[in-house]
Design a protein around this ligand. Structure first.
Ligand SMILES: Nc1ncnc2c1ncn2[C@@H]1O[C@H](COP(=O)(O)OP(=O)(O)OP(=O)(O)O)[C@@H](O)[C@H]1O
Length: 247
């Protein structure tokens, strides 16, 4: 059985006098344990909504959605650190299930792994956004998640910083191997990370295509084969966006 299995999922939001607004429409996909899966779709198509359903933050849907039990961590577009706590305290806060004696070394180790070992006592506002996002990654990994949900985690960063944080994220994933489902609308990012890319249509979203990426990792962003894959995925995205509407 796959880690996440979704079949014929429908999600609608109330839409005032117009009744209901469909956001996800007959959507089916699966994510295997330990894989890095990417959801790629245009802005507003329903990607975040789908992550919320998978995380159990919203239980109003029709269809079938099953997920293996385990710890879930979420990284959002913005770091969302608690501003009144230090970086270290932000990490400690999510470690409530750990044995007290192991929390300090774990927090220290994860801050080191994201290159923030000297910033544990700083407050979020004293860090750049890129550093804050690395702290958010450490906060996600410190609980040893079985499932990591990433919602456009690099999109608030400039291009160079985004690539640096992406490289760091890849290293952490390769060493820990949680199942990952990442949302993005950047094709290059999808090809850099994914074992499998699920391409969604514009709203209401359904799966347009599934593309397996088999390039070895780490993937060089300057390699011709990388750009061939980018072109292949981009072509499918273009197809998804120009096909007749689902409804
Ligand atoms: N709680 C809600 N109530 C009503 N409508 C909602 C709610 N949450 C999301 N929507 C609508 O559902 C649609 C999909 O939103 P969602 O945030 O899932 O898209 P997205 O693909 O993640 O977008 P983006 O890439 O811009 O972040 C949008 O039109 C949004 O306005």
């Amino acid at each position: 059985m796959d880690f996440i299995e979704i079949a014929h999922l429908f999600k609608e939001f109330p839409n005032g006098e117009a009744g209901w607004r469909p956001v996800l429409w007959d959507l089916s996909l699966s994510v295997r344990r330990g894989e890095f899966a990417v959801l790629l779709g245009p802005s507003g198509c329903g990607k975040t909504t789908l992550l919320h359903l998978i995380a159990g933050l919203d239980r109003h849907y029709r269809g079938s959605l099953t997920r293996q039990p385990g710890r879930i961590a979420f990284v959002f577009q913005e770091p969302r650190l608690l501003p009144w706590l230090t970086v270290e305290q932000n990490l400690r806060l999510v470690c409530s299930r750990e044995r007290p004696a192991s929390i300090a070394p774990q927090v220290e180790s994860w801050l080191r792994r994201v290159g923030l070992e000297r910033w544990g006592r700083a407050y979020p506002h004293q860090l750049s956004v890129g550093m804050q996002q690395r702290a958010a990654l450490a906060r996600a990994f410190v609980i040893r998640p079985d499932l990591l949900l990433l919602d456009e985690p690099f999109s608030a960063l400039d291009e160079v910083t985004a690539e640096q944080v992406a490289d760091r994220t890849l290293q952490l994933w390769l060493s820990e191997r949680p199942t990952v489902l990442m949302v993005t609308h950047r094709v290059e990012e999808a090809v850099f990370f994914a074992d499998r890319v699920w391409i969604l249509t514009p709203s209401p979203a359904t799966v347009h295509a599934r593309i397996d990426i088999t390039l070895p990792r780490p993937r060089s962003r300057t390699h011709p084969e990388y750009w061939q894959e980018v072109a292949r995925v981009r072509h499918a995205v273009h197809d998804a966006c120009t096909r007749p509407a689902t409804l």
